[in-house]
Design a protein around this ligand. Sequence first.
Ligand SMILES: Nc1ncnc2c1ncn2[C@@H]1O[C@H](COP(=O)(O)OP(=O)(O)OP(=O)(O)O)[C@@H](O)[C@H]1O
Ligand SMILES: [Mg+2]
Length: 238
Amino acid sequence: MTARLAIDASHLTRTFSSEGKPVHALVDVSLQVYAGEHVAIVGKSGAGKSTLLNLIGALDRGYAGELKVFGQHLKALPDRALSQFRNRQIGFIFQAFNLLPNLSVGENVLLPASFGVDLDHRQLRHRAHQLLDDFGLGDRFGQMPTQMSGGERQRVAIARALLLRPPILVCDEPTGSLDTQTASHILQVLKDIQHQHGTALVVVTHDPAVAAAAGRIIALDKGRVVSSDDYPVARSSP
Ligand SMILES: Nc1ncnc2c1ncn2[C@@H]1O[C@H](COP(=O)(O)OP(=O)(O)OP(=O)(O)O)[C@@H](O)[C@H]1O
Ligand SMILES: [Mg+2]
């Protein structure tokens, strides 16, 4: 059986304007990611990694080119339908976490459940508790994220992205604020999800160990896909 195509990007170009000058954040980027695949995206700061994730994560539609997620042309969806599609299909772990400061930890994790989700809310609450427990934050459900450390907030953001078990997980430096041991635990959690649920994992990272855990590495430089040979990473055990 051939694997299902999760992400199909053709000739993506994203140009920003900064002080009247164009910034070519992505230039003619094409890539495909299959269900169950684990892909790392690497490249220097400013290479266009977060820009690419924002497109794949259906958060930015100001691009040229074509982007399909599970066969759905993202450009063809009106705003509301796009939000709904994103909420169910794509878990997004932001580089800056993006927790809502006026909501508690538990409310943040449960946020995806509040957008027209037809799942049992008691079950989702249970799942939220379980995820926080898995991440060593079992007793923090009622705490405010402003009272937490960066690494703790990062784990809350990961729990939120996993709540609805989306078939695609897009992660921008998911372990950037974590110590080595916690980072390797989180990475293992993501790998387990990939294997158990056939989730497509797309992980932006500067950490060679995190990149090495992926099945494939895509390197960006100045907004273009380049050979990943310049980013040698030790292969981890299969
Ligand atoms: N909203 C924006 N307006 C103008 N320029 C932008 C905007 N967003 C990103 N850029 C520019 O696009 C380029 C790519 O930025 P991007 O955030 O994708 O880099 P990155 O690879 O994620 O870097 P890092 O590793 O530092 O997170 C940079 O030159 C950045 O300054
Ligand atoms: Mg970035």
